[in-house]
Design a protein around this ligand. Structure first.
Ligand SMILES: NC(=O)c1ccc[n+]([C@@H]2O[C@H](COP(=O)([O-])OP(=O)(O)OC[C@H]3O[C@@H](n4cnc5c(N)ncnc54)[C@H](OP(=O)(O)O)[C@@H]3O)[C@@H](O)[C@H]2O)c1
Length: 232
């Protein structure tokens, strides 16, 4: 039977690469983002695959709940969850405008917290499942101009560890993926050659390989960096 992967933020970057990878490996994929046109373009591009789209701003709890409800109209077995949605706002803690921390926490942390809580009971029932949270090298290394973004990525890594411990008895594997600079829209305008970055497809391949391992193995954390090191 086809496995269903829920991938948030599937229209661009790492999320999009994951959508492509899981679809072409034969999974059913359900994804969300805020832009309906982008979602429709994605569905058109992968029209011969089993892709379902839903417009949601998952920084908002009501939209997370609506997305989770949509998932359960399509499958009763969402056994792969990739919490990918995240935004980067450059700044530092001293000078960034008020509200940046709240916006980043809602998008980068609370979205994954609420969606996991909504979907995980069905995994617990089946005693199976894989949850992958897209953290960052900023989850372990603070950097200037990372500001609240770094804080949210530290929080996401911490949350991932807590879920892992809680879900071990239910045979649910919880993995933190920590990429460094990956060539996506997040880096638009940066004057560096594409080769200086990792391709998003490599992150997707790594995630697929983690998922493919025997269910008795969990990759707890994986760090991926560009060959020539971090870009800050
Ligand atoms: N690129 C890097 O160098 C890098 C490095 C380390 C970690 N990461 C992490 O990897 C993840 C993906 O990054 P990326 O660079 O691939 O980002 P991206 O290219 O900007 O794509 C982000 C995706 O998330 C969606 N999204 C953003 N806010 C959303 C919201 N509130 N609700 C629903 N969907 C939302 C976007 O669509 P809409 O805008 O239409 O909603 C888009 O599909 C993030 O968590 C990021 O922090 C990236």
């Amino acid at each position: 039977m086809k496995k269903t992967a829920i991938i948030t933020g599937g229209t661009k970057g790492i999320g999009r690469a994951c959508v492509e990878k899981f679809l072409t490996e034969g999974c059913q994929v359900i994804t969300c983002s805020r832009n309906q046109k982008d979602l429709e373009a994605l569905q058109k591009e992968f029209s011969e695959f089993d892709l379902h789209i839903f417009r949601a701003d998952i920084s908002q709890l009501k939209d997370v709940k609506a997305f989770a409800a949509f998932v359960f109209t399509i499958t009763s077995e969402p056994l792969i969850l990739i919490n990918n949605t995240g935004i980067f706002i450059q700044g530092n803690l001293v000078q960034e405008p008020e509200g940046v921390l709240e916006q980043l926490m809602a998008t980068n942390v609370y979205s994954a917290y609420h969606l996991t809580r909504a979907l995980v009971p069905s995994m617990m029932e089946k005693k199976a499942g894989t949850i992958i949270n897209i953290c960052s090298t900023a989850s372990i290394t603070p950097y200037v101009n990372g500001g609240s973004y770094c804080m949210t990525k530290y929080a996401l890594l911490g949350m991932t560890k807590v879920f892992r411990e809680e879900l071990k008895p239910y045979h649910i594997r919880v993995t933190a993926v920590l990429p460094g600079a990956t060539f996506t829209a997040s880096w638009e305008g940066v004057d560096l050659p594409q080769e200086r970055f990792m391709p998003a497809s490599d992150i997707a391949t790594c995630i697929w390989d983690i998922y493919q391992l025997h269910p008795s193995t969990v990759v707890e954390e994986v760090i991926l960096r560009p060959m020539e090191g971090d870009i800050s």
